[in-house]
Design a protein around this ligand. Sequence first.
Ligand SMILES: Cc1cc2nc3c(=O)[nH]c(=O)nc-3n(C[C@H](O)[C@H](O)[C@H](O)COP(=O)(O)OP(=O)(O)OC[C@H]3O[C@@H](n4cnc5c(N)ncnc54)[C@H](O)[C@@H]3O)c2cc1C
Length: 305
Amino acid sequence: MYPSRFRYEAPHSLDEAISILRDGGDYAKVLAGGQSLVPLMKLRFASPELIVDINNVPGLDYHRADADGTLRIGALCRHADLERSALLKGTQPTMTAAAPLIADPIVRNRGTLVGSLCHADPQGDWASVVMALGGSVVARGPGGRRAIALRDFVTGPFQNVLEPDEIAVEAVIPAAKGVRSGGYLKLERRVGDFATVGVAVAIETSDGKVTNAGIALTGVGGSTIGADEAASALVGQPLTAETIAQAADLAAGAARPRTDHRGSAEYKRHMVRTFVVRLLTPRDDAGAAHGAADGEADGIAERAA
Ligand SMILES: Cc1cc2nc3c(=O)[nH]c(=O)nc-3n(C[C@H](O)[C@H](O)[C@H](O)COP(=O)(O)OP(=O)(O)OC[C@H]3O[C@@H](n4cnc5c(N)ncnc54)[C@H](O)[C@@H]3O)c2cc1C
């Protein structure tokens, strides 16, 4: 199908883009990578009257770290930039694990992390990753800039708190205070598919104990789920088979999966539990798991492949 008629603007500055949005039609949309918006328009699930394409706005295609380690990802930083990033390697294990699991190379070459957060698809992978890392979105509008924690940014399926004349200019990941570890696991029916279940884990440790933890779930509820109780249970504790099993049970309890063509609710909940165990179980350099959780952790590797 073809999209409905719309006005198209491609401004060359952020100020211009915001002013077009402010004066624009009743139903305007920002276009970044177009990898979610364009399919929706072609299916006529979205029929914006005005498209404001930000791809000509200079200075938004970055990802960089501040001196204190805070990571900033600009609105035109593509999934592929993050997948190939030397900056993320070794410092952002949760992001590094997620980037190659998003869609396929064609989508990754155009789609953006910030666009994915704005799209707020319950099956979007980046929202879980950014939530687990305690990240936020910076919006710019006629009134200036404001930072919104991701857990407040996404208000429901395909809904966010941006005003119609605001543009999300960057996502921000706070610097780690301890040693950061974690990862992202995704169960998909075939390579390139959306998640049946996804789990993001980001932890910081110091002196053998967890000092900060974030766990977030993809595809098992009406929006991205922060498994806060599970994460809190880890803080102040060493990672042992017992503390890991407790966190995994709490995360599975936080999931709100529905039975559908991708699997039963019980199966998805079980996968959340198993993914949390696997992500938290310490591994040696050869990738082998240690501790009482090993059997379950290794078993899932075959099922998730
Ligand atoms: C075949 C296919 C498979 C996919 N598989 C996956 C997958 O496995 N996992 C996954 O997470 N995603 C997947 N996606 C979605 C993909 O990751 C998109 O790139 C992403 O969801 C949106 O980013 P975008 O830059 O393409 O945004 P766009 O499509 O340009 O925009 C999406 C929405 O966000 C708004 N928006 C975008 N940027 C801004 C901004 N800076 N400020 C304000 N509003 C903004 C737009 O107005 C629109 O409403 C898939 C897409 C396709 C086509």
